[in-house]
Design a protein around this ligand. Structure first.
Ligand SMILES: *[C@@H]1O[C@H](CO)[C@@H](O)[C@H](O)[C@H]1NC(C)=O
Ligand SMILES: *[C@@H]1O[C@H](CO)[C@@H](O)[C@H](O)[C@H]1NC(C)=O
Ligand SMILES: *[C@@H]1O[C@H](CO)[C@@H](O)[C@H](O)[C@H]1NC(C)=O
Ligand SMILES: *[C@@H]1O[C@H](CO)[C@@H](O)[C@H](O)[C@H]1NC(C)=O
Ligand SMILES: *[C@@H]1O[C@H](CO)[C@@H](O)[C@H](O)[C@H]1NC(C)=O
Ligand SMILES: *[C@@H]1O[C@H](CO)[C@@H](O)[C@H](O)[C@H]1NC(C)=O
Length: 456
């Protein structure tokens, strides 16, 4: 939407509602900022994918490092861990190499750290299936939270039509969420890319992880395209793609269905763009959780553009624990189709995913400048829009534009607690509760002064 249209729209709003002017001036600023916010999808120093040779030739000057040449058996039963580790050492130290997991086989591999830094232009080509041993009791106690962990890479490409399968069913059964007599313990993440930069991931399938499926942590500049993630809808804590302490991450064309968040974006992450995402089943697309155990959480500049969210417990969610600090600022969710989603639009500042109840606390992660634009579809719960914000640190500048959420029986409503913002265009259910905050009236200044501002 262009600026002109925006200004016309707002002028109409002023005329129609006589809203206090200084606020409108602020609103225009916020709107412009939220509307124009963007994140580059392509890098200039792009890794050249067309260089990749066909595998049975020497074209392209690539050095093939096939795990089979290092003794991998690929029958799904023999332990191929050592073969993978040896192949990695060679691939990593050889320029222009391709670490190849060939198609048509199943490689059983234990928890492993694939460490960089590596020589230039490494390609990790996964065409076969990599499976994890399925017995939690035999897991390497020194590596309790990882399975395939890649770190300190620069300009590496992960690609192929292969599958990374965490064989997670016994881990899920042992989870404290499934069996209350068990202690709550963290389980491995299937695929981790950590402390890396200029990474591309294309076409892989990650499934049935022990816990989170795919974690991107402490990375800068990551491009993920056409990745599929799947785990049963009732598998505990199996987040699809989890982004932590990372900047400049673009996810595109991903299909994700799991037992937890399809995508979760947590602390110290900024410039995150998600485009053309299918999510379901699962808990939706989340920013957070943030602020657990009084921690500081900061997430800025997040864009979701074009998504289908189907049969999930949440749609677009921001979740923070009481007692935290920091902020979430600059978020735009747009062009989202919701089908049978329980809580389509939700901010939950009283998040408590703990076996014991969470105590009331005054401090909170501050949430502001969040826009929901062109969001439509069906809701399961009556509260299709729910802004449940901290009493002491209210949410501010929440913007709803062209939101249309319907419930089968026609009863649908918005709920606001300590939340301020505004809507324009169709907003159904009406989000008037964003304007009903008394504090807003107090800070509003005389209208005369404002008209001048609105003409800027
Ligand atoms: C590696 O996996 C094999 C096969 O499941 C298992 O027998 C072995 O104990 C594992 N080793 C470690 C160190 O986890
Ligand atoms: C729950 O876990 C306990 C202890 O690990 C085990 O003895 C019990 O059989 C489990 N229950 C179910 C239903 O799996
Ligand atoms: C949040 O990120 C910052 C910056 O990376 C880090 O120093 C801090 O420890 C992180 N907080 C939590 C709770 O992980
Ligand atoms: C968080 O802070 C509150 C209030 O100061 C305190 O009561 C609580 O024990 C703290 N929690 C943790 C996990 O540190
Ligand atoms: C609104 O979002 C839907 C997807 O849910 C998309 O098909 C449509 O083109 C969007 N409308 C506009 C005006 O961008
Ligand atoms: C939503 O749920 C209703 C009732 O269960 C079902 O009839 C409908 O097909 C569902 N819609 C979608 C898009 O899944």
């Amino acid at each position: 939407m262009n600026k002109f249209f925006l200004l016309v729209l707002l002028s109409l709003l002023i005329a129609a509602h006589g809203v206090a002017g200084n606020m409108l001036c602020d609103n225009i600023g916020i709107l412009e900022e939220l509307q124009s916010m963007d994140i580059e999808e392509e890098e200039e120093n792009e890794v050249e994918l067309s260089e990749i040779p066909s595998w049975n030739s020497e074209r392209g000057g690539k050095v093939l490092v096939n795990v089979d040449s290092f003794g991998a058996v690929g029958n799904g039963e023999s332990d191929d861990t050592q073969a993978f580790r040896k192949a990695w050492d060679v691939a990593c130290s050889t320029p222009k190499s391709v670490f190849l997991v060939p198609q048509g086989r199943r490689y059983l591999v234990n928890a492993t750290r694939f460490k960089g830094p590596c020589a230039d232009k490494l390609i990790i080509q996964i065409d076969g299936t990599i499976i994890a041993p399925d017995e939690p009791k035999n897991w390497d106690p020194n590596l309790p939270r990882i399975w395939l962990d890649f770190s300190k890479l620069d300009k590496a490409v992960f690609q192929g039509a292969g599958v990374i399968d965490g064989s997670g069913s016994k881990w899920w059964a042992a989870s404290c969420k499934k069996n209350k007599s068990n202690p709550c313990r963290g389980a491995p993440t299937a695929l981790t890319i950590d402390s890396s930069s200029a990474i591309r991931v294309k076409g892989l399938t990650i499934q049935n992880s022990q816990q989170m499926n795919f974690v991107i942590s402490r990375c800068d500049s990551v491009r993920i395209n056409a990745v599929k993630v799947s785990a049963p809808g009732d598998s505990p804590n199996t987040d699809g793609i989890h982004i932590s302490e990372s900047t400049n991450v673009v996810l595109q064309n991903c299909k994700i269905g799991t037992g937890d968040d399809c995508i979760s974006i947590v602390n110290a992450s900024s410039n995150i763009k998600m485009k053309r995402i299918y999510c379901g089943p699962g808990h939706g697309i989340s920013i957070g959780s943030l602020g657990k155990d009084n921690s500081t959480g900061i997430v800025t500049k997040v864009i979701l553009d074009t998504a289908v969210i189907r049969e999930t417990t949440n749609g677009l969610r921001i979740k923070t624990w009481q007692g935290g600090s920091g902020y979430v600022r600059g978020v735009r969710f747009q062009n989202v189709q919701m089908d049978n989603v329980s809580n389509p639009i939700i901010i939950d500042q009283f998040y408590c995913d703990s076996p014991t109840t969470c105590e009331n606390q005054p401090s909170a992660v501050k949430i502001s400048e969040v826009m929901y634009q062109n969001i439509s579809g069906t809701t399961i719960s009556a509260k299709a829009i729910k802004f449940d914000c901290s009493d002491s640190v209210p949410c501010s500048n929440l913007v709803l534009s062209n939101v249309d959420l319907e419930k089968e029986d026609g009863t649908v409503e918005a709920y606001c607690h300590s939340a301020q913002g505004f809507g324009y265009g169709v907003v159904h259910p009406s989000a008037d509760c964003l304007n009903s905050d008394d504090k807003r009236a107090e800070i509003a200044e005389p209208i005369t002064e404002d008209i001048r501002h609105t003409e800027l």
